[in-house]
Write a protein that binds this ligand. Structure first.
Ligand SMILES: Cc1cc2nc3c(=O)[nH]c(=O)nc-3n(C[C@H](O)[C@H](O)[C@H](O)COP(=O)(O)OP(=O)(O)OC[C@H]3O[C@@H](n4cnc5c(N)ncnc54)[C@H](O)[C@@H]3O)c2cc1C
Length: 332
């Protein structure tokens, strides 16, 4: 029986471009493959994705398995599971990394079942055990209150990886690699669902997940009107506005603003937390943030344990002065 070897990542493309998580997986996969002394490959499935194979190599892969077929235009469980299973059975990787995206969350467990292995989801750290060479998969547990390390003794070891948890390599177009084309061989009858309509979320300005500065409001903001002030600061910082769960549940802001365990995962350079307590479920969504600044009237609020800088006081008094000062500094 052929031996499982190497690290494979599942690449995702959106509007003709590799997604950020794909380059992050390549960066992480490269390190794991080097630690094992093995090869890094990428499974790139979709419609019109062949042209992206060279880019995948520039970000660290040695081999790219391309499955380019019009039937793969939209993600559909049936088609992607079939194609992924086919490629993985051919390539026989030891490790398969998939982004913890809406696609990855659906694909990973189904694929693991098909391949008779297991998948651990939402990993934030991955390493090779120096003795056994198994993949050690670290993920938050108990609502983000603790982290646990898992491993599974069956190949391929499948892990979905949280966005922004890993760093991509610098793009290097001189990197060499091999592109292998695989026929999808899909029977349209095997795809039991049809995508009837796609509704693209309208975002004004920069996307929350991509912003380098995020101004986030909590329950203490008190209503939709208060969020206008946060928007003003975010605009000056060329950033985005986010929220904890209560403002979304209360319809002060759209649910797409929510950051946390059941919301978006962000890792900006600057995160300004205004009138939110810093619950573990919230902080899980911004644990990769570099600088947290907190404004809260309660000196005992948990957010001050996480923040680099904090101001105790009423946000209604503090924020206008803070916003003016930031504007003055950035203008000057
Ligand atoms: C399964 C599960 C999943 C969850 N997922 C998420 C998630 O994804 N994201 C999320 O955010 N939450 C999530 N939650 C909810 C979470 O547990 C908390 O309830 C929530 O994060 C609290 O939001 P908050 O900090 O805005 O509100 P609170 O905890 O009520 O804190 C409000 C803060 O505002 C301060 N404040 C009030 N008025 C002012 C003022 N005028 N000036 C300055 N400070 C003021 C208060 O001192 C207080 O610290 C989840 C919970 C569960 C059980």
């Amino acid at each position: 029986m052929a031996e499982h070897r190497g690290v494979m990542i599942f690449g995702e493309a959106e509007e003709g471009k590799l997604t950020a998580i794909t380059t992050e997986l390549l960066g992480c996969g490269r390190k794991l493959a080097s630690d094992l002394g093995q090869e890094l490959s990428c499974l790139l499935a979709g419609s019109n994705v062949s042209s992206l194979a060279r880019e995948v190599i520039a970000f660290g892969a040695e081999k790219v398995y391309v499955v380019d077929d019009p039937l793969l235009k939209d993600y559909q469980t049936d088609s992607y599971v079939l194609v992924s299973e086919k490629v993985v059975r051919q390539a026989m990787p030891q490790i398969l990394l998939i982004g913890h995206t809406s696609i990855g969350r659906d694909l990973a467990p189904r694929l693991a079942f098909r391949l008779g292995t297991i998948a651990s989801t939402d990993c934030v750290e991955l390493a090779i055990d120096p003795d056994s060479k198994w993949l050690l998969q670290t993920k938050p547990v108990y609502g983000g209150n603790a982290q646990a390390i898992f491993t599974g003794e069956s190949y391929p070891q499948i892990a979905t990886v949280r966005a922004k948890a890993m760093s991509p390599l610098e793009r290097d177009d001189s990197r060499q690699g091999e592109v292998i084309t695989i026929e999808a061989g899909l029977d349209p009858q095997a795809i039991r669902t049809k995508v009837l309509e796609k509704v693209v979320e309208e975002v004004e300005g920069i996307k929350l997940e991509d912003a380098e500065a995020v101004v986030c409001g909590g329950r203490g903001i008190g209503g939709a009107e208060g969020f206008r002030q946060l928007e003003e600061l975010a605009k000056i910082l060329k950033g985005a506005v986010g929220a904890s769960r209560p403002p979304c549940d209360n319809d002060w802001v759209p649910s797409s603003y929510q950051i946390g365990l059941t919301g978006k995962i962000i890792a900006p350079n600057l995160y300004i937390a205004v009138a939110l307590s810093g619950s573990s479920q919230h902080m899980t969504g911004c644990s990769g943030t570099k600088n947290i600044v907190a404004i809260n009237k309660d000196p005992e609020a948990n957010i001050f344990r996480e923040a680099k800088f904090g101001v105790v006081g009423d946000w209604k008094e503090l924020l206008p002065a803070f916003t003016n000062k930031v504007k003055e500094l950035l203008d000057g």
